[in-house]
Design a protein around this ligand. Structure first.
Ligand code: NDP
Length: 301
């Protein structure tokens, strides 16, 4: 079998197009312009790239977008004061504090300081709790898990995963656990595997839906995949690529793509799979936040 490639770029473009048209409608109907504030502390190059992309995409969607770039030595107190200001800013509906933060700032404290109504990352305890208890109508769901679900629904051609076994490899709070909760919400039978799981290949071989969120390059091999499974590779790992020239690198996922594509019925590539969905879903979530504030039924993504 050779798997269908799940095209995250084109799915992300569809989400952004829908956000753009629904934003125009919200503005026409209510005068409310969705507003997003992105806060970055320090000079981490990867974070700078993400933040620029987020700002650019927000403007494309028709949002009001502000970026606060703070120096590396910003104090926790100053950052908390900025978050408080944004919490109280009427034109801002979504706040995203780019992680990781410098070591001298308590990340957990900052995440919990963001108003749950503006927590478009879905990391606040209130939103984590809502996702965990199935209160999806008022929760904010983390963007990468939400985007992975869009790709899965598209690949499976349905919303309801009743009768399907899903295995999520990875149990982080930002990826593994929320994806597992979303799969459970879609009626899949869910197993969460992690570094202490015994005989991982035998666990993954039972999966109709296999989600890899591990952070280990090409760890999932072809014979770990049940024939016909749908494979979602969340991993983004940079490895040396001497074939491209000395010192060059390339991105790979947590899945050995060539091997797993032989067994799977559908698979996400890296890059071009889950990655593009993350920013698209951030835009969707910000629009949802603005609709809720306006008392308008938000679109479903
Ligand atoms: P974390 O490091 O927070 O979590 C990794 C998880 O994988 C942990 O639960 C860990 O288990 C588990 N794990 C590690 N080694 C093994 C192993 N040998 N066997 C089984 N399980 C293992 O990573 P994240 O969840 O933040 O990210 C996962 C991947 O997703 C990374 O590659 C990251 O770059 C990528 N990512 C991609 C995004 C996107 O937009 N596409 C967004 C966010 C992340 P334990 O808990 O036992 O330690």
């Amino acid at each position: 079998m050779s798997a269908a490639v799940i095209d995250g770029k084109s799915e992300a473009a569809k989400v952004v197009a829908e956000v753009t048209s629904q934003t125009a409608k919200l503005i026409a109907d209510t005068g409310i312009v969705p507003g997003i504030a992105v806060v970055i502390v320090g000079e981490d190059p990867a974070s700078q790239v993400y933040v620029r992309s987020k700002g650019k995409r927000a403007l494309e969607c028709g949002f009001h977008s502000v970026t606060h770039k703070l120096p590396e030595d910003t104090s926790e107190e100053t950052l908390l004061a900025l978050v408080d200001e944004l919490n109280n800013d009427e034109v801002i509906h979504g706040i995203l504090v780019q992680l990781p933060l410098p070591d001298h700032i308590d990340e957990g404290k900052i995440i919990q300081a963001v108003s749950p109504d503006k927590d478009v990352d879905g990391f606040h305890f209130i939103n984590v709790g809502k996702l965990g208890t199935g209160e999806l109508a008022t929760a904010f769901v983390p963007c990468t898990p939400a985007g992975s679900m869009v790709l899965l629904r598209q690949a499976l051609g349905k919303q309801d995963f009743s009768g399907l076994n899903a295995v999520v490899v990875g149990r982080s709070n930002i990826v593994g656990k929320p994806i597992a909760n979303l799969l459970l919400g879609a009626n899949a039978t869910v197993t969460i595997a992690h570094s202490r799981t015994k005989d991982l290949p035998s666990v993954t071989r039972g999966a109709d839906i296999l989600v890899a969120a591990v952070g280990r390059s090409q760890m999932i091999k072809g014979d770990w995949v049940k024939p016909g499974a749908v494979v979602i590779d969340v991993g983004i790992n940079r490895i040396p690529a001497p074939e491209k020239g000395e010192g060059k690198t390339r991105l790979v996922g947590d899945v050995d793509y060539d091997e797993c594509a032989e067994a799977a019925s559908a698979i996400t590539p890296v890059p071009g799979g889950v990655g593009p969905m993350t920013i698209a879903m951030l835009m969707a979530t910000t629009l949802i936040a603005a609709c809720r504030k306006a008392g308008v039924e938000p679109p479903a993504f």
